[in-house]
Design a protein around this ligand. Structure first.
Ligand code: MN
Length: 432
């Protein structure tokens, strides 16, 4: 088994304005665990909280698993809360924590690799509060964690810009913290360790004073993790040093093949060189490496998932279009009324004269008017069906027809408008 090899360094300083350093860090290279905690709270609370956090994690984190790390952080939360409750001087103390740990990947529940001795490793960053984890890879710096702070929330919801956040008066208020509430929610950020990766854990005393460009250029320039950490602390003091500053740097010296697996898993990244190395590797061992097989499996699964989703989405769209058309036709076929004959009786139908596709008109209301009574001029129109846009209008047409029958024939209804209009139209011409 190859295994990932890490090398670490750190620096911390009280800064230029504070008298006490409430930041704590711990490097445990034997267990591949690295922690930064930034304590807060009056009197001595802040430094006690951050000290309790690193101490509890050191003791409680025994198995290299994500659950163990989360549980160790929860244990630290309980411990700080209990000590704070017991001592009035420490009441309300709290701390951030950002931790980096190397661990085997969780076994794939439906994978056939359970009996394989070699499990790929990955790095896991755990975060509570506004201390940060960064990755410096291929010359560029990426913030991996999300701050749990008031200003970070405001930036995420678009209320203020990242530039405004940097000078915001509430930029020190955290929304998640260890030691204050009964439970703690931990963010976990898994990363594949790749050779030459540099991981940076730091308190806000660094990034509030030193820009990302500057941090990147130090990590590019100084290969030794201790030297780079000290230089970053120096720059933070130069920038103002308004808070305690703590920097932990963890370098991936040997990634134990993870780089190849990662590039196979992401076929969009130029796979040329790594793939040919994998091919060489397969040729030597006579079978693809475990990582290669796992990566291929992962890629296949995600492709399958994508296809399934695409097919499902397409079906849903097709059904929606068909459903919409059916509903439209149904509406068009039944939304109107017409007056016509059923046998020898004049009735009001719901629907279109002659029907529409599968929709036959239905009798809505008989009128009791016999074909024989209908004035001759109106006969052809009623035979064809006189369309009306509503039942009320159809009834008005029928009432109009009855009036004309009562008046003794006449020209019959000539319009489908209201009775008074029809009367005005027809009566005078008839009378004179
Ligand atoms: Mn701080």
């Amino acid at each position: 088994m190859t295994g990932v090899l890490l090398r670490s360094g750190a620096a911390t300083d009280v800064g230029r304005l504070r008298t006490i350093n409430q930041d704590r860090f711990v490097l445990l290279p034997d267990r591949d665990l690295f922690i930064v905690a930034d304590g807060m709270g009056g009197h001595q609370g802040g430094e006690v909280a951050s000290q309790l956090a690193v101490e509890t994690l050191r003791v409680a984190y025994q198995d290299a698993t994500a659950d163990a790390l989360t549980e160790a952080i929860a244990a630290a939360n309980d411990r700080i809360r209990n000590e704070g409750d017991a001592d009035p001087d420490l009441r309300g103390m709290g701390t951030t924590v950002v931790a980096l740990a190397l661990m085997p990947e969780e076994p794939d529940p439906d994978g056939p690799f359970d009996d394989d001795a070699e499990a790929p490793q990955h790095l896991l960053i755990a975060n509570v509060g506004d201390s940060r984890g960064y990755l410096f890879r291929d010359g560029s710096l990426t913030q991996l964690t999300e701050d749990h702070s008031v200003v970070a929330d405001l930036v995420r919801e678009g209320s203020i810009s990242p530039e405004e956040a940097e000078v915001h008066p509430q930029r020190n208020i955290v929304t998640r913290v260890l030691g204050v509430y009964e439970t703690v929610e931990v963010d976990l950020w898994p990363v594949d360790p790749i050779g030459n990766d540099r991981y940076l854990l730091c308190s806000d005393g660094l990034f509030n004073e030193v820009g990302a460009d500057q941090i990147g250029s130090v990590l590019r320039r100084l290969g030794d993790p201790n030297e780079a950490a000290s230089e970053l602390v120096r720059l933070a003091n130069e920038g103002g040093g308004r808070d305690n500053i703590t920097v932990v740097i963890v370098d991936v010296v040997d990634d134990g093949d993870v780089a190849e697996a990662a590039s196979t898993a992401l076929p969009t990244v130029d796979p040329g060189e790594s793939l040919s190395e994998d091919a060489l590797d397969s040729a030597r061992t006579g079978r693809p490496s475990l990582r290669q097989r796992r990566a291929e499996k992962r890629a296949r699964r995600s492709q399958r998932t994508q296809l399934t989703w695409r097919a499902l989405l397409f079906s849903v769209l097709v059904l929606a279009v068909i459903g919409g058309a059916v509903a439209t036709i149904q509406w068009y076929g039944t939304s109107t009324y017409f007056v016509g004959f059923e046998g020898d009786e004049v009735v009001i139908f719901k629907g279109r004269p002659g029907g529409l596709l599968w929709i036959d008109p239905t009798v809505k209301e008989p009128t009791g008017i016999d074909r024989a009574d209908v004035p001759a001029p109106a006969l052809p129109r009623i035979k064809a069906g006189v369309e009306q846009s509503s039942l009320a209008k159809a009834k008005r047409f029928v009432a109009n027809l009855e009036d004309q029958i009562d008046e003794g024939g006449g020209t019959g209804p000539t319009t489908s408008t209201t009775r008074s209009t029809t009367t005005a139209d027809t009566t005078p011409t008839q009378a004179n």
